[in-house]
Design a protein around this ligand. Structure first.
Ligand code: PLP
Length: 393
């Protein structure tokens, strides 16, 4: 038989494995590791949401649902966007329930990309954006965002990477891994750029409920003229501590939602009914629990920001999501070396910034979806490591 290397699809072979997981494999073999690595709430899903699922099972909710998802859930999602952002989505035609934002992202890219189409992706960015673009036959085009501009992007940044093949722009704010947000003025400028160059905008707003201080989340589709050209992605994993339920959704023009549904019906059929029942409850009664979790993330955000700054690491103060992205260049290490040595010597796991794109080099990502006392201990260990390192550097 031929070697599997000659059999596997070149598209798959060319996509590197996620730079996040490698460190968790090392960490899994160690005792006493404090993980600031995973992008996952440390809270369990609020009880009312779990209970609705238990009740649903008692009632016999164990079947497939409509491909697009349960009508009650789609209507609830549309209502949520009407209440929160004044957007008029139709639960019947404009909403598709998916297996997490992960599936929604993949479907959106596969539905719009022809081979060779380019997608502008501000970087540092979530690890799946570039990989899913390539797997869908497109070409990811990173647009570096700099700490000097609080990791935001401008039309000038985008224009430098625009070509005749540019079809779409894929944005994710609040941002994983930097914690950056884009305010109304920033996004209006991006919207004008999208209009001028007739780009589709895929907006991943999975952290939209996680903003801090007086920062208000701006839904990209709510900007003038943008609903028509935006594929809006969101889900329940982060805001409602529901990562394991695998539930999310996409919203947009009925034509693109129908195209995405076509792929979804052949590949996934539908999202799990148990998770859909729970998601309805999350939207109906979950908000107060979500707000409590967000308040706790905010407390941790202040604590870790002060702690890392006092250690002497330059940090952008995050405004959303639950990540902070300190600059570690003062240690003389690359981000991979920093993450690996910190893990082996101090047993603290975090993610090298290079996992989020080339311009993430020189940074590491720390998640503060971790209990405060754990963050305190991690900070003490990081300080120890940085002091030792700076002495020898
Ligand atoms: N988008 C971003 C920016 C993320 O950080 C993540 C998970 O970390 C996802 C999407 C995937 O979310 P889901 O659990 O809904 O598939």
């Amino acid at each position: 038989m031929r070697d599997w290397k000659d059999i596997l699809s070149p598209a798959v072979q060319n996509v590197p494995p996620s730079g996040i997981r490698r460190f968790f494999d090392i960490a899994a073999e160690m005792d006493d590791v404090i993980s600031l690595g995973v992008g996952e709430p440390d809270f369990v899903t609020p009880w009312t949401i779990r209970e609705s699922c238990v009740y649903g099972l008692e009632q016999g909710y164990t079947s497939y649902t409509a491909n697009r998802g349960m009508p009650e859930l789609r209507d609830e999602i549309a209502r949520h966007y009407a209440d929160r952002y004044g957007l008029d989505y139709d639960g019947g035609e404009d909403v598709l329930v998916t297996v997490g934002v992960s599936e929604a992202l993949d479907l959106a890219l596969r539905a719009i990309l022809a081979p060779g189409d380019e997608v502008l992706i501000p970087e540092p960015c979530y690890v799946s954006y570039k990989a899913c673009t390539s797997l869908a036959g497109g070409v990811p085009v990173p647009v570096p965002a700099k700490i000097e501009n609080e990791f935001r992007i401008t039309p000038d940044d985008l224009a430098r990477h625009l070509t005749a093949r540019t079809k779409a722009l894929l944005i994710g704010y609040p941002n994983n891994p930097t914690g950056a947000v884009m305010g109304r003025k920033d996004l209006l400028a991006v919207a004008r750029f999208a209009e001028e160059h007739d780009l589709i905008v895929i907006s991943d707003e999975i952290y939209g409920d996680l903003t801090y201080g007086d920062e208000e989340h701006i839904c990209f589709a709510s900007l003038p003229g943008m609903k028509e050209r935006t594929i809006l992605l969101n889900g329940f994993s982060k805001a409602y501590a529901m990562t394991g339920w695998r539930i999310g959704y996409a919203m947009g023009n009925p034509a693109v939602i129908a195209a995405m549904t076509k792929i979804h019906q052949y590949t996934m059929l539908c999202a799990p009914i148990t998770a859909q029942v729970a998601a309805i409850e999350a939207l109906r009664r979950g908000e107060k629990y979500m707000k409590k979790m967000v308040a706790e993330y905010d407390r941790r955000r202040g604590y870790i920001y002060r702690g890392l700054t006092e250690i002497g690491l330059r940090c952008f103060e995050p405004r959303g999501a639950f990540y902070i992205f300190p600059d570690i260049t003062s240690t003389g290490l690359t981000s991979e070396e920093f993450a690996e040595q910190l893990l082996t010597s101090e047993h603290v796991a975090l993610v090298p910034g290079s996992a989020f794109g080339e311009c993430g080099e020189g940074y590491v990502r720390c998640s503060y979806a971790t209990a405060l006392d754990q963050i305190g201990e991690a900070l003490a260990r990081i300080e120890n490591f940085v002091k030792k390192r700076c002495k020898t550097a």
